[in-house]
Design a protein around this ligand. Structure first.
Ligand SMILES: Cc1cc2nc3c(=O)[nH]c(=O)nc-3n(C[C@H](O)[C@H](O)[C@H](O)COP(=O)(O)OP(=O)(O)OC[C@H]3O[C@@H](n4cnc5c(N)ncnc54)[C@H](O)[C@@H]3O)c2cc1C
Length: 506
């Protein structure tokens, strides 16, 4: 089986295919998780707003997946508390939220939500606008490192015999004289070398790019590229210890400010991308302004501005659209299209990746005689191992975080590291030791792969962590086969790329 696309959908398909005993290869045009799957809001959630839109099935399915991932991937998928203020003349009222949150909890089979009066609520969110504040709710969802979720799935698939190639693009689906899929032509995007891969099934998991390999068979239904963007702030700028849901004063859309990996994430927008999908996805000034205005409205005394943000990132939602609704009302359900060995799976969410994998593999089953059905009852990951007895001075939380993100690789990473590298990169929860370990794990073509996806200082720190690049180089030089000249070139390419894609549009 060939899997085109190395985001969460492709990675999920690869992992389940391997579990079924299939020989599978995944090919990704850029780096693994380069697409939307490293640019999400990093929530594993039911999505309260989908409930409001009456999308009960999507919310229910997502809540079930959230509960399973929380149980099966500790340290990678972790609970996060949310706070949602209730104002007398702003946003939804107490009783409609109470009804929605009760349903949300019923779906999870557990009561999480709680109402706080105005005094208690403003203590939980110091600095929040108290004008008209009636109180607010607390509830539970979960968050993840999206790129590491993808990478752990790919790493474990490769350990079990699959192959995964980054910087390799599917250029053509090949068919025999009867029109049945016989494989795919692929090109190594760095060398230009082409290859034919033979397989009876190609799963097209290219997300927003899916129609470049398989035109929609449903009249009038097409992928609508909707851009969503985020701004990152340093955590000291706002005392937000749990995620806070905000309602934009201009259009009533929900936004979040979420603590993540030692920084704060503010998002998101939902607008027509309006550009082709060939190049990089970059936020514009209006989106940045729109988001910061919302934050300013809720924290009026904090004098917050774009000058406080350290980085930005944007992604494209793979949203299927028929009726051209307002972006935020478009469905987030996924689709599966089948055409004689080509199976396209697109849409959906990070949270529900196993459902997408199952549906894609089921759709391919007529091409896989004798193969079992996808085994969804098994835990998604291989056991990462218990917490070790020798902790090398790291806390239980840090160990859990490493086991969740790197699986069985975590133990070796810590044991091999020098003591000084078992400390955090300032402003993040990332250990210095993660850099060489992630670099050694393979397929780093560019410094941006390492800084933006394998580990995330590139989006957590101002100027992409420029101030730390000497230490990054010193740590990774022994494991990356780059000479001095290559390091210099990679550093300057990374900074140029970061300025274009991740700087804050002022
Ligand atoms: C702003 C934003 C916030 C979001 N927040 C959340 C959230 O909090 N929780 C949640 O559950 N979901 C969220 N989502 C949705 C979720 O991120 C996406 O549904 C999911 O990441 C899509 O994954 P994918 O693998 O289908 O696509 P992608 O991650 O985009 O992967 C597709 C890959 O295919 C590759 N590709 C393209 N063409 C080819 C080719 N010809 N050959 C080989 N490879 C190719 C691309 O390079 C890309 O890496 C969010 C989306 C956005 C935009």
């Amino acid at each position: 089986m060939i899997v085109a696309g190395g985001g969460i959908t492709g990675a999920g398909v690869l992992r389940e295919a391997v579990r079924m005993g299939l020989r599978a290869v995944l090919v990704e045009k850029n780096d693994f998780a380069w697409g939307t799957s490293s640019r999400s809001s990093k929530l594993v959630h039911g999505g309260l707003r989908y409930l409001k839109q009456g999308r009960l099935h999507l919310t229910w399915e997502s809540v079930r997946h959230r509960q399973r991932l929380l149980a099966e991937a500790p340290g990678l998928v972790e609970p996060i508390g949310f706070l949602m203020p209730v104002y007398s003349k702003r946003g939804p009222g107490r009783w409609s939220l109470e009804a929605g949150l009760t349903l949300y909890d019923l779906m999870a089979g557990r009561r999480y939500h709680h109402y706080y009066g105005a005094g208690a609520f403003s203590e939980l969110v110091p600095g929040i606008d108290k004008g008209g504040l009636c109180g607010g709710f607390g509830f539970m969802d979960a968050q993840v490192d999206d790129a590491r979720l993808v990478l752990r799935l790919i790493d474990e698939s490769v350990q079990k015999g699959a192959a995964a190639l980054n910087y390799t693009s599917v250029t053509e689906i090949r068919r025999d004289e009867r029109g049945e899929v016989s494989g795919a032509s692929v090109v190594d995007t760095s060398t230009g070398q082409t290859m034919f891969l033979s397989a009876p099934v190609v799963i097209n998991a290219t997300g927003s790019w899916a129609e470049t390999l398989h035109a929609s068979p449903v009249p009038g239904l097409h992928l609508r590229p909707l851009r969503g963007s985020h701004l990152m702030l340093p955590s000291w700028r706002l005392p937000v210890y749990q995620a806070v849901t905000l309602v934009h004063p201009d259009d009533g859309r929900p936004l979040f400010i979420i603590p993540w990996e030692g920084a704060l994430m503010l998002g998101t927008t939902d607008i027509d991308h309006g550009h082709g999908l060939e190049g990089e996805i970059v936020m514009d000034k209006h989106e940045a302004q729109y988001m910061i205005e919302c934050l300013r409205a809720y924290f009026p005394g904090r004098d917050l501005g774009l000058k406080d943000c350290v980085s930005s990132y944007s992604g494209i939602r793979p949203v299927l659209s028929k009726a051209d609704k307002p972006p935020s009302q478009e469905s987030r359900e996924h689709v599966v299209w089948k055409d004689r060995g080509l199976v396209t799976v697109t849409g959906g969410k990070l949270t529900t990746f196993r459902a997408l994998a199952k549906d894609a593999l089921k759709a391919a089953s007529d091409r896989l005689p004798g193969k079992p059905e996808p085994k969804m009852s098994e835990p998604v990951f291989d056991p990462a191992g218990p917490l070790p007895e020798k902790r090398r001075g790291l806390s239980t939380n840090t160990w859990q975080r490493l086991l969740g993100r790197y699986g069985q690789m975590a133990g070796q990473m810590v044991m091999r590291a020098e003591k000084k590298d078992l400390s955090f990169i300032p402003g993040t929860l990332t250990l210095w030791a993660e850099l060489p370990a992630a670099a050694q794990a393979g397929q780093i073509m560019h410094l941006s792969d390492l800084m933006l996806r394998r580990v995330r200082p590139g989006i957590l720190l101002s100027e992409g962590g420029r101030a730390y690049l000497d230490r990054v180089e010193a740590l990774c030089r022994p494991v990356l086969d780059w000479d001095k000249k290559r390091w210099a070139a990679e550093r300057s390419m990374y900074m140029e790329y970061w300025d274009y894609v991740h700087s804050v549009p002022l």
